[in-house]
Each structure stands twice: as structure tokens, then as C-alpha cells.
Ligand binder design. Structure first.
Ligand SMILES: [Zn+2]
Length: 133
């Protein structure tokens, strides 16, 4: 998908138009209100290959130097939030357990992770995650 593609339905699966959903956070002008919303916006950023936003929403202590999607042929097909702990509008920490499904070379695959999130100066950031089998 090109950098300028503007999908009608938000790729995070909220059912809302992208411009009223993760786009608001992808602009980097306001934080996602909850850890789950940040997780959804990061998934949408993977779908739309927004490396800048993925780095921006990564905790400075764990963030990689660079991120690019060169040669990445994974096609993301859906996100399911399994459970959340903390991560609310009044919290500073939280975890989100999710399953993200994708296709690669025509084969279905998935990533299951319990991710940790923390606020940094009010902004939710992804810290790290434990992969699940
Ligand atoms: Zn969204």
C-alpha cells in the first residue's frame, strides 16, 4: 500500500473510518487514550507501513534505531484483542494481549503477544512484549 493511501475503514478493525480513528494518532499530535487504542494504532501502522509512527510510539528505552518494510511481503488480515490489564485513561502502565493474523506467500500465520505499555510524558508507548505460542 502506498504511503498516501487513505482507507475508508480503519485497518485496526474498529469499524470507524480511518480519518476518525487511528489517523488521529498517526498524526502524532495527540496520544491514543488507552494502551489498547495505542496497540490498535500500531497494528494499523503495520498495515499501512508507517514506520515513523511505529518508532514514535515505541518506548525510547526499547525502540530500534530504524525500521523499514523493505522486502516485507506480509499482508495483515486482522487484529483481535484478547485481554487488557490496566492501560486505561487514568493509568500509566498496562498490558494488552492480542493476536494479529497475516498471510505470507499465501499461507496464513499469526503473531500472539502480551505487550507492555507505559506512558512517557503523557503519551502511551509500546515497551516490549512476550510472544506466545
Ligand atoms: Zn483504528
Amino acid at each position: 500500500m502506498s504511503k498516501h493511501a487513505f482507507p475508508t475503514d480503519c485497518p485496526c478493525g474498529s469499524g470507524k473510518p480511518y480519518k476518525d480513528c487511528c489517523f488521529l494518532y498517526h498524526m502524532e499530535k495527540e496520544t491514543a487514550p488507552t494502551a489498547e487504542a495505542l496497540m490498535r494504532s500500531r497494528y494499523a501502522a503495520f498495515v499501512l507501513k508507517k514506520a515513523d509512527y511505529l518508532l514514535f510510539s515505541w518506548h525510547p528505552d526499547t525502540r530500534p534505531q530504524t525500521l523499514d518494510f523493505e522486502g516485507d511481503t506480509a499482508k495483515w488480515v486482522g487484529l483481535s484483542i484478547i485481554a487488557t490489564e490496566g492501560g486505561g485513561v487514568h493509568d500509566n502502565e498496562g498490558t494488552v494481549e492480542y493476536v494479529a493474523r497475516f498471510k505470507i506467500g499465501g499461507k496464513a500465520a499469526k503473531v500472539a503477544e502480551k505487550s507492555r505499555f507505559q506512558r512517557v510524558k503523557g503519551w502511551w508507548k509500546y515497551v516490549d512484549g512476550e510472544m506466545e505460542e
